[in-house]
Design a protein around this ligand. Structure first.
Ligand SMILES: Cc1ncc(COP(=O)(O)O)c(C=O)c1O
Length: 479
């Protein structure tokens, strides 16, 4: 039998908590840095978000609910823009592209536009959202490893500022579509730098066993440059590299920057062309729990600027771009759930775990099941004087892997009707949401200055049936 030691000593050794999870001094307290910036606990004991109490949010918008702190999003977007602009000013400047895949709707596009950032999209659907919110084409980068002709045409017709080519076969397709439209397509080449970075680790490898980009090893990226330069319908702006996600260590960026700048140097030698742009992608980590200590934009920007300065040597500094998604929207989002069934389960020997079922789950947050993510949570509707117990927050889906929060301490008297808040759910939760078990997707609201505003309405059963061609008109009308 495996008996785990507990950081807080033998007294707490009988629960089923992982060793990294600290026993809380105060199970009702907000851990600094973990919650969106306008989150507080009121004197009544309720948590409030942007000045709106948790119970009011659910009473007005239903449960579960994704709550996005607008001021938090805007301030993080601004910090990236300003800190990177300042750090790269002595080089050749830097632009920030918000990665829409993290979470996109027209309100978010508007915030991005108003804060002076650019936008990264990777499908025709994301481009449609950008267009619906009047994001200027020149401020959009269009990615994708398998773009359809329609997507390429839509991007060029809208006048995107850069189309990021991902494969050799795409080069002629983009050039032919640009020729048919009578435009010159501004393009970048996504290269695979042979660096895989996740969390605290990165691996630098010789080969790149993945679907994205043009390999630097074996000369595929060099061949792509040659092919692009041969087509007058294409204007090659530069190269792009994205090395991974939830990264805390800039070492991976250093190796990637060295390898892509080497390519820029070879392009100058072989073609006499100095490419003006370099995009080092996104992937900056966030704090999902006490294990994570992300760097702020003010800390990251000078480190990355120094890397670029060093790797360029006497090569003219390109204009840099970065594409943070998670680090802007992740911490701004909190999911509120209502507690249903609570079960105390004997897991092994003396170990017990309190299973707390909520009214959402893997359909609104698949990250725990998909990436083994470790989330945290708090009781949002009240405080409790009762001792903490280790809980597992699970959803309502017909799947034992339907877990939202694997391990956290909550007051042991957590019960039906309580509200549980899960922080840092702004990124890759709603954008990866599904209708599994025909559970409608939750509403998304923004909060600030004591008010909440609907960003995306809750799906209804009628929405779920709307695509079902077998539903007769009479049934549809009766609903
Ligand atoms: C090309 C590219 N840019 C930016 C991002 C955003 O990454 P993150 O949200 O981790 O910053 C991704 C994420 O997959 C990506 O593939």
């Amino acid at each position: 039998m495996c008996v785990r030691a507990h950081e807080a000593g033998a007294l707490h050794g009988n629960d089923a908590s992982p060793t990294w999870l600290p026993y809380p001094d105060d199970v009702n307290a907000l851990i600094p840095g973990l919650w969106s910036r306008q989150t507080t606990r009121e004197e009544s004991g309720q948590m409030s978000f942007g000045g709106v109490p948790a119970r009011d949010l659910l009473a007005n918008h239903g449960s579960p609910l994704l709550v996005v702190d607008e001021a938090d999003f805007r301030s993080r977007a601004r910090e990236f823009k300003n800190e990177f602009a300042a750090a790269f000013a002595p080089l050749n400047g830097a632009s920030i592209f918000y990665a829409g895949k993290a979470f996109l709707c027209t309100s978010v596009v508007r915030w991005v536009r108003e804060e002076g950032l650019n936008l990264d999209v990777c499908t025709g659907g994301e481009l449609a959202v950008a267009k619906a919110a009047a994001m200027p084409g020149a401020q959009i980068a269009f990615h994708g490893n398998n773009k359809s002709d329609q997507e390429i045409r839509a991007a060029l017709e809208y006048g995107v500022g850069r189309l990021v080519i991902d494969s050799l076969e795409e080069i002629d397709r983009v050039a032919d579509i640009a020729a048919a439209l009578g435009v010159q397509a501004p393009v970048m080449l996504r290269v695979t730098a042979g660096v895989e970075a996740h969390t605290h680790e990165f691996i630098a490898t010789a080969h790149e066993d993945q679907k994205f980009g043009l390999s630097l090893t074996g000369g595929v990226a060099d061949e792509a440059v040659r092919l692009v330069l041969e087509r007058s319908e294409l204007n090659l702006l530069g190269v792009h590299s994205h090395i991974g996600s939830q990264i805390f260590d800039v070492g991976g960026f250093e190796i990637a920057a060295r390898r892509v700048i080497d390519l820029l140097v070879r392009v100058r030698e072989e073609h006499g062309v100095v490419l003006p742009e370099l995009d080092l992608g996104g992937g900056f980590g966030v704090m999902y729990n006490t294990q994570h200590a992300p760097k702020t934009p003010a800390e990251l920007a000078p480190l990355l600027a120094e890397i670029v300065r060093e790797q360029c040597g006497d090569f003219p500094y390109p204009h840099l771009s970065f594409e943070p998604g998670r680090a802007i929207v992740g911490p701004a989002g909190t999911t509120l759930y209502t507690v249903g069934t609570v079960k105390n389960v004997q897991v092994s020997g003396a170990h017990k775990r309190l299973y707390v079922s909520v009214d959402g789950g893997m359909s609104d947050n698949i990250r725990t099941a998909l990436y083994d993510a470790d989330y945290s949570c708090l009781l949002a509707s009240r405080t409790s004087p009762v001792d903490p117990a280790v809980v597992r927050i699970v959803g309502k889906h017909c799947e034992s892997g339907d877990i939202v929060v694997k391990d956290e301490y909550l007051p042991a008297d957590v019960h039906r009707g309580d509200i549980v808040a899960v922080p840092v759910t702004g990124a890759y939760c709603y954008s990866l949401a599904s209708n599994y078990n025909h559970v409608p997707r939750p509403a998304v609201v923004s909060v600030g200055q004591g008010e909440s505003r609907l960003m995306v309405r809750r799906e209804s059963e009628a929405d779920l049936l709307a695509l079902d061609a077998g539903v007769s008109e009479s049934v549809r009308e009766a609903r």
